[in-house]
Design a protein around this ligand. Structure first.
Ligand SMILES: *[C@@H]1O[C@H](CO)[C@@H](O)[C@H](O)[C@H]1NC(C)=O
Ligand SMILES: *[C@@H]1O[C@H](CO)[C@@H](O)[C@H](O)[C@H]1NC(C)=O
Ligand SMILES: *[C@@H]1O[C@H](CO)[C@@H](O)[C@H](O)[C@H]1NC(C)=O
Ligand SMILES: *[C@@H]1O[C@H](CO)[C@@H](O)[C@H](O)[C@H]1NC(C)=O
Ligand SMILES: *[C@@H]1O[C@H](CO)[C@@H](O)[C@H](O)[C@H]1NC(C)=O
Ligand SMILES: *[C@@H]1O[C@H](CO)[C@@H](O)[C@H](O)[C@H]1NC(C)=O
Ligand SMILES: *[C@@H]1O[C@H](CO)[C@@H](O)[C@H](O)[C@H]1NC(C)=O
Ligand SMILES: *[C@@H]1O[C@H](CO)[C@@H](O)[C@H](O)[C@H]1NC(C)=O
Ligand SMILES: *[C@@H]1O[C@H](CO)[C@@H](O)[C@H](O)[C@H]1NC(C)=O
Ligand SMILES: *[C@@H]1O[C@H](CO)[C@@H](O)[C@H](O)[C@H]1NC(C)=O
Length: 631
């Protein structure tokens, strides 16, 4: 399937190359590129979805793989966030008319119903939903035990948003009963999780910072508001939805610093806080019919526009991004995550540069619907860069300036899309990043599903296609509080979504065991604990727990791991060591036994048993991979 697609692109690309020899209108070149690349991008995303995706053999039905790349970096996993954002794009495309996409939505919701119940390093599904914060799973829907930035609390919100959008469509098309009995139970778990944990810290969308994240809070707010309305339509209760106004207050008060939204708070990141986080959030909650002062912080929001300028200007730095050298301030540039980024050297991302264009198309569409454009002291600096004679006042639709300003912003949006065009390879393949240094070659994971999804949504907006509205027509706007009241999040209600295919799991009482083993290792060797229970991977090293060497010293070669285990079980276990060059694993020559102590009801994660073990078995050899220059 992919082979055919790429052949078709190659011939189109050849035409485009011939075309550039004569003088052509850059906008028509951009039109042609976007039309072609939109189709490539939709197919690129679908090719990364199991069970039939040509790029992802082995992925289960409905599991959206982040990228086919298995080394440097290994993204061959399914992330709840990336998957949900991709599924939202697919649901929107389905509603816009691509009815053959429905099978992907159905596969996804069945897969997610099962995934919700999987015990993982973030916790369990029952009794307290902690497992829903797990950011990523293996592509067959089993847990990933490796060290990671967890929990991440945006995943349940984004998944709820995608499934609510689909459920609203079902309700409007005579399938309310199905939405209620099959899909609502999945959504309800996610809304319970948001209600219970929105006021707890977690890792941000870039998986680096453990704090409160603007993107996460904004999506949580949308999910709770939409969830309230869907619950009413279906005649069910929503546990957690009553937190919407507290979340809204937090979103409004906590992140804004007078110029931009500080992306991560309740943590000292040592960064400026200007982060693409805060433009990805507004496009995720975009509603064409919402007012610019809606409390959800829409793209046309004055603070949002000031924030947009602050973020983009931070990348107008030729020392940081040489490919942005000498680009005028009314023209789009290549945009990355945040200027202090060092991942793969710190480069612009396709999905973020496309998001900058999408953001501006969204704002223009909103002003057109509203028939007026209010420029105020907060947003004036944004407008002056693009339309120097802009003033802080209201421009009505009937004035010539209204259309001139909107045309200027549309051209500005197009210039970001043109940057994506400039750095997209001829075959249309979108990686995660492109090099900040000319010629701007693709960097990091190839064929990133999120890059493709972001391109499609940007192309929709440019084509005047908008997702369904979600902001209530008459939103109740309480006066802005001086200070948010202290929150008291309720405990959620978690029930496996059996009608959608979840296994009928029941609450198990778990106790946390701290495994500790003295094991001298070479650099490059890792130590795992495996054992007879499912908690310990049933002797499958691929599902065993990697131990952490943070406490390893010359005096004590300590490897440790915390594992939540079913209380009362008698378990046989052993340690194994693995080097990093695919050598055979080395197992201990003894099997050990422990009895997991009784748990406490509170699900607190407190350690109930510590082992004190000494590695017993052969030692490893130097981890340097023979005959290989790279790691
Ligand atoms: C995957 O392939 C099977 C067998 O041809 C088919 O029944 C199923 O509908 C396909 N699923 C998707 C999502 O294309
Ligand atoms: C919890 O909510 C309060 C009130 O909005 C806020 O001040 C605090 O920073 C929040 N903490 C977290 C971790 O969300
Ligand atoms: C994240 O921060 C909270 C405090 O806000 C802390 O309790 C928790 O242990 C941290 N988690 C990790 C994995 O560092
Ligand atoms: C919703 O909650 C109310 C109050 O707890 C309860 O009386 C009612 O039965 C619930 N409705 C449903 C559909 O569960
Ligand atoms: C531009 O980027 C360089 C390299 O990261 C940095 O040292 C410098 O401070 C930046 N300049 C401005 C004005 O932010
Ligand atoms: C980006 O390009 C520069 C210059 O060619 C090169 O030195 C660097 O390694 C590239 N970065 C990555 C991550 O490929
Ligand atoms: C597409 O082009 C890029 C950059 O030239 C290349 O790395 C990649 O392998 C190509 N992909 C396919 C499927 O041909
Ligand atoms: C799920 O399991 C519980 C306890 O074993 C049982 O009571 C309940 O009927 C089961 N539910 C379904 C739908 O099978
Ligand atoms: C430990 O138990 C496993 C599973 O029964 C078995 O495969 C393995 O050989 C045992 N190891 C030793 C050293 O007895
Ligand atoms: C592991 O090392 C520590 C520190 O040297 C020591 O106190 C402890 O007894 C050792 N454990 C075993 C089982 O040998």
């Amino acid at each position: 399937m992919t082979g055919l697609v790429f052949k078709a692109i190659a011939s189109l690309a050849a035409v485009a190359t011939v075309g550039t020899a004569s003088v052509i209108d850059p906008r028509s070149s951009l039109n042609a590129f976007i039309q072609k690349q939109r189709a490539v991008s939709l197919q690129g995303a679908l090719s990364n979805i199991g069970p039939n995706g040509s790029q992802v053999p082995g992925a289960g039905a409905g599991y959206i793989v982040a990228s086919p790349s298995t080394t440097n970096p290994d993204y061959f996993y399914t992330w709840t966030r990336d998957g949900a954002l991709t599924m939202k794009m697919i649901v929107d495309e389905f509603i816009l008319g691509k009815k053959d996409l429905q099978i992907y939505i159905e596969d996804y919701l069945h897969a997610q119903a099962a995934l919700q119940t999987i015990t993982n390093p973030s916790g369990t599904f029952l009794p307290s939903g902690t497992g829903l914060g797990e950011p990523k799973y293996k592509v067959d829907g089993t847990r990933y035990n490796g060290a990671w930035g967890r929990p991440q609390r945006d995943g349940p919100a984004l998944r709820a948003i995608a499934l609510i959008t689909y459920s609203n469509w079902l309700v409007a098309h005579g399938q309310k009963a199905r939405a209620k009995t099959v899909i609502w139970p999945i959504i309800s778990n996610d809304l319970s999780y948001i209600g219970q944990y929105w006021n707890s810290t977690g890792f941000d969308l870039w998986e680096e910072v453990n704090g409160s994240s603007f993107f996460t809070t904004q999506n949580q707010y949308r999910a709770l508001v939409e969830g309230t309305h869907l619950a009413t339509a279906l005649g069910v209760n929503c546990t957690g939805c009553d937190q919407a106004s507290d979340v809204q207050c937090f979103l409004q008060q906590a992140y804004w610093n007078g110029e931009y939204f500080v992306a991560n708070i309740n943590i000292d990141t040592g960064r400026t806080g200007k982060d693409a986080n805060s433009i990805l959030g507004p496009i995720s909650v975009f509603d064409i019919n919402a007012k610019c002062d809606d409390l959800s912080i829409q793209p046309c929001n004055s603070r949002g526009l000031s924030n947009f300028k602050a973020l983009i200007d931070s990348f107008r730095n030729a020392t940081l991004y040489p490919i942005n050298k000498d680009i005028a301030k009314d023209k789009g540039i290549a945009v990355g995550r945040y200027t202090e980024d060092v991942y793969f050297g710190g480069n612009p991302w396709y999905l973020i540069t496309a998001a900058a264009a999408e953001y501006l198309y969204d704002a223009v569409a909103q002003w057109k619907v509203q028939g007026s454009l209010i420029i105020d002291e907060t947003s004036i600096a944004f407008f002056k860069d693009i339309y120097p004679s802009a003033q802080a006042k209201t421009y009505k639709r009937t004035t010539p300036e209204f259309s001139r300003i909107l045309s200027a912003i549309t051209a500005y949006a197009d210039s970001f899309a043109a940057v994506v065009q400039q750095y997209t390879p001829q075959n249309g393949s979108l990686s995660e990043q492109f090099n900040r240094t000319a010629p701007g070659a693709p960097v990091s994971a190839r064929d990133l599903t999120w890059s493709y999804a972001a391109f499609v949504t940007m192309a929709e907006r440019r084509a005047g296609q908008f997702p369904p509205s979600w902001v209530p027509a008459d939103p109740h706007h309480p006066p802005r509080a001086e200070q948010c009241a202290p929150a008291s999040p309720p405990k959620g209600v978690y029930v496996p979504a059996i009608a959608a295919g979840a296994p009928n799991v029941t609450a198990t009482c778990t106790s946390t065991v701290l495994f500790q083993v003295n094991a001298s290792t070479y650099y490059g060797e890792n130590v795992y604990v495996a054992g007879s229970s499912t908690d310990l991977g049933a002797w499958d090293l691929g599902n065993a727990w990697p131990l952490d060497a943070t406490g390893y010293t010359a005096e004590r070669p300590l490897w440790t791991g915390r594992v939540a285990m079913t209380a009362g079980e008698t378990v046989t276990y052993a340690y194994a060591r693995m080097e990093d060059c695919d050598q055979e694993p080395i197992w201990e020559t003894v099997n050990r036994t422990l009895v997991v102590p009784a748990c406490n009801e509170a699900d607190s994660g407190e350690i109930r048993l510590e082992t004190d073990d000494q590695w017993t078995g052969p030692l490893g050899s130097s981890g340097e991979c023979p005959g290989s220059g790279t790691g």
